[in-house]
Design a binder for this molecule. Structure first.
Ligand code: NAP
Length: 248
């Protein structure tokens, strides 16, 4: 393990399960100390225990990332605990699917708050730390729905498209300070989020994927690991689609 890398700290939101938990494990394996966020403290503790098996420090910071004050307080605590914030992965996200005509205002607002405003909350306070350091890597988890739209996901697509716009704007603002900002846009990945789809929906999706299978969480974590590494030091403002050839 590279001793220079072990002192670096990565924050991962929504790290209790699914893609976020796998990203946390991968970054721990890369030698990052990890600051783990989720709503679910019990799930977070499990992820933290697995990360510690990689020989790094892992601490849990339960908070609701849709709440600006909670994010500000959490980032202050993480900075105090670890000293630096080198990587931020904005992964926490939810779906409240439904056709536009039947979508409630409550489900629209909730998805925008958790998937979109959270990215503002986290990036605003983490980038302030990174600007002082003159280094950092921010990786936002968007979705193919944000790139191409998806019937039944008006709210979700809006939030994930916004994340791509935020990624590009921040990349332009922060590039001169040595900070990269990129997004990944997963396609259909096997997680509790996609387990909720009906068999009919799952089959219809498979028919559209060139590789004829769902992606796995480690296939997302691998790209995030690359974007957090020195190998991606000249990559910024980009959105990498990870979808097995859903679109091209
Ligand atoms: P998941 O299994 O539902 O995990 C999401 C995690 O985020 C959960 O642990 C959840 O906590 C946490 N979370 C939800 N709201 C939060 C909040 N307000 N504050 C802090 N944590 C919160 O989802 P996933 O499939 O791993 O998805 C991860 C990311 O990838 C999301 O941004 C999603 O939109 C994106 N994505 C997923 C797919 C896919 O196919 N799965 C495709 C494209 C993009 P609780 O357990 O307490 O709810």
């Amino acid at each position: 393990m590279n001793s220079e890398i072990t002192v670096k700290t990565a924050i991962i939101t929504g790290a209790g399960r699914g893609i976020g938990a796998e990203i946390a494990l991968r970054l721990a394996g890369d030698g990052f100390n990890v600051a783990l966020n989720d709503l679910n403290a019990d799930a977070l503790a499990e992820t933290a225990a697995k990360c510690r098996e990689q020989g790094v420090a892992a601490e849990c910071f339960p908070a609701d990332v849709s709440k600006h004050d909670e994010c500000e307080a959490m980032i202050k605590k993480i900075k105090e605990r670890f000293g630096t914030i080198d990587v931020l992965v904005n992964n926490a996200g939810i779906t409240r699917d439904g056709l536009l005509a039947r979508m409630s205002e409550e489900n629209y607002d909730l998805v925008i708050a958790v998937n979109q405003k959270s990215v503002f909350n986290m990036m605003k306070h983490c980038s302030a730390v990174m600007i002082k350091q003159r280094s950092g890597n921010i990786i936002n988890v968007s979705s193919v729905a944000g790139l191409h739209g998806n019937a039944g996901q008006f709210n979700y697509s809006a939030s994930k498209a916004a994340v791509i716009g935020m990624t590009k704007s921040a990349a332009k603002e922060l590039g001169a300070r040595g900070i990269t900002v990129n997004a990944v846009a997963p396609g259909f990945i096997q997680t509790p989020m996609t387990d909720a789809l009906t068999e009919e929906q799952k089959q219809a999706i498979l028919n559209l994927i060139s590789m004829k299978r769902y992606g796995t969480v480690d296939e997302i974590a691998g790209v995030v690991s690359f974007l957090a590494s020195k190998d991606a030091s000249y990559v910024t403002g980009q959105t990498i689609e990870i979808s097995g050839g859903l679109t091209m």
